[in-house]
Design a protein around this ligand. Sequence first.
Ligand code: NAP
Length: 366
Amino acid sequence: MDQLRVGFIGAGKMANAVAQAILLAGRTRSTLPSSSEAKSPKDNFGRYHGFSHRKLLRSQAEQLGAHHPGGQLRLFRSQNHVESQSQTSQDAASHLRSPGMGSTSYARSTAQYPKTKYWRPDGDVKAVNIFASAPSNRNLEKFQTLSCRTTHSNLEVLQNCSFVFLATKPHILPTVLHEIAPAVTPEHVFISMAAGVTLETLEERLPAGTKVIRIIPNLPCVVQSGAIILSRGSCVGEKEVDLLKKLLSPSGLCEEAPESYIDIHTGLSGSGVAYVYMFAEALAEGAVKMGMPGPLANKIAAQTLLGAAKMMLETGEHPAALRSAVCTPGGTTIHALHELEKGGLRATVMNAVEAATNRAREMGKR
Ligand SMILES: NC(=O)c1ccc[n+]([C@@H]2O[C@H](COP(=O)([O-])OP(=O)(O)OC[C@H]3O[C@@H](n4cnc5c(N)ncnc54)[C@H](OP(=O)(O)O)[C@@H]3O)[C@@H](O)[C@H]2O)c1
């Protein structure tokens, strides 16, 4: 895995979110090397003191423009500059460090007991082994701040990488496939993120026997809480799928499913994020109507969704069971739920998933 080179053709939001996940993959604690190989505790930890998880997520979300859509990066480095592993690259890497590793007490404990565990400074794939291509520098700059290599040539990505993500908009993809097809070798594995472009189309447009996987991520991948579905093409084996799942695991949930579920996943989760934001907005506005200040209401609405989702995942309970556990007979919740039923919340949300799924299917036929 140390030598695995991962490429991105297209360097936009989703490519960047996936690249960040890949840089985090494998950054778990591992046993310290022998004392002669061990760096001083300061080398491993000193510069991460005080770097909180919240800051990490905010920095990543800001880099991805999640808070400021279309916002420009303030950091800029030239393409030549990224070829060297500089101090800046270490700084960029520190932004990707796993939560908790900056803890002073952890650093101290490591100083006292050097033969314990430490956080690996690099993940399974090093930044220098990630390549991204795009026509302009607009999005490539964000890869440069992660110390990844960048180019304007899609073919250069193919020449350097075996695992290649296809991350352009769907309407651009046919041109890209036409361009790269002559350079494809049996070692390449292509992972397409393009909505509506089927495995059949990808396999038809690339040489016979090419390994192709489809993935559909969703926006919360940018804060490592995404939901990704992957479907494998006819020439892909367990080895490639296992490796991809391992690489994507830091971006959130990653499940393999038949390709026929992909459009449903778009209706449920890709677009579903927007339904949840609308619900969160309505929750908060209800509280504002009853007299709570907006910023506090928004924060509490978000935490309510987060807590409810976490309980669902951690208990494995059906949502109906969790809901009924909140309902005291004659109490506040059952009165509120009656209002939601009168408003047709359940049927409306089911209709929304159906509408988005059908639209994804329609778009796939074009
Ligand atoms: N955004 C989502 O929530 C989401 C969810 C699921 C799936 N997807 C899929 O993910 C894919 C990428 O979406 P995105 O939101 O990341 O798009 P995006 O931000 O618009 O990025 C598209 C990238 O493609 C590059 N590009 C354009 N023409 C190219 C060419 N000929 N060769 C190489 N690169 C080219 C663009 O270059 P410049 O940087 O020069 O403009 C840009 O870097 C889409 O297919 C989309 O369907 C997105």
